[in-house]
Unconditional design. Structure first.
Length: 182
C-alpha cells in the first residue's frame, strides 16, 4: 500500500525529473516541514492581523506573558529570548508602549536599567493572541488522528535533539549568512 500523495510529492517529483541530485535523504522531510510551517504562519498572521499585531509584536508580548507575574523582563533578556538584536527589540517595544500594551519601569536596583512590563491591557492582548493562534493551529490539524499528531511530535522532538547544529544559534547564523552569499 502506498502513502497518500500530498502537495510536496508533486514538487519532489518535478525535482526528481529535472535535477535528481538535489533530492537527498532529508529533502522530503525539509519540504514537508516548510509546507507545514508556511500553513501555520499564514494562520498565525491572519489571526494576529485581526488583533492588529505583527508577528514581532506577538513574540514580544508572549515572551513577557510567558515570564510569569509580574510579566516583565529586562530589554536584553527579552532580546536574547527572542534571538533578536536589542535594536530590533527596541523598535517593536516602542510600538507596544505607544499602543499601551507594554510599559517601561525603572529598576530600583540599577538606575541605568529598566524593565519592560506588560500592562493589564497587554496581558489581555497576549492571552487573546495566544488563544486565537492556538485555536487556528488546532483547526489546521483537526482532521488528523490524535495518534498521528503524537507520533509526529515525538519524531520531530527526537530529530531536533539528535541534531546539535539545529540547537546552536551560531550554526543558524552561519547558515543564514551562507544563504545570502552569491
Amino acid at each position: 500500500m502506498t502513502a497518500p500523495s500530498d502537495p510536496v510529492d508533486a514538487v519532489l517529483q518535478t525535482w526528481r525529473a529535472e535535477l535528481p541530485e538535489v533530492i537527498v535523504a532529508s529533502s522530503e522531510l525539509s519540504r514537508r516541514i516548510m509546507f507545514l510551517a508556511a500553513a501555520l504562519e499564514r494562520g498565525t498572521r491572519r489571526e494576529l492581523g485581526e488583533l492588529g499585531l505583527t508577528v514581532a509584536e506577538f513574540d514580544v508580548i508572549v515572551a513577557l506573558r510567558r515570564a510569569g507575574e509580574p510579566y516583565r523582563l529586562k530589554p536584553n533578556q527579552l532580546a536574547r529570548s527572542l534571538m533578536l538584536s536589542t535594536g530590533g527589540t527596541t523598535n517593536v517595544t516602542h510600538r507596544l508602549v505607544a499602543r499601551g500594551a507594554v510599559e517601561r519601569e525603572d529598576d530600583p536596583a540599577d538606575a541605568r536599567s529598566t524593565w519592560l512590563k506588560l500592562t493589564p491591557d497587554g496581558v489581555a492582548l497576549a492571552e487573546s493572541a495566544v488563544l486565537a493562534t492556538s485555536t487556528e493551529h488546532e483547526a489546521l490539524f483537526e482532521q488528523a488522528p490524535a495518534e498521528v499528531i503524537e507520533a509526529a511530535t515525538v519524531a520531530l522532538r527526537d530529530l531536533i535533539t539528535s541534531c546539535p547544529a539545529l540547537l546552536s544559534r551560531d550554526a543558524a547564523v552561519r547558515a543564514a549568512r551562507a544563504q545570502c552569499r552569491p
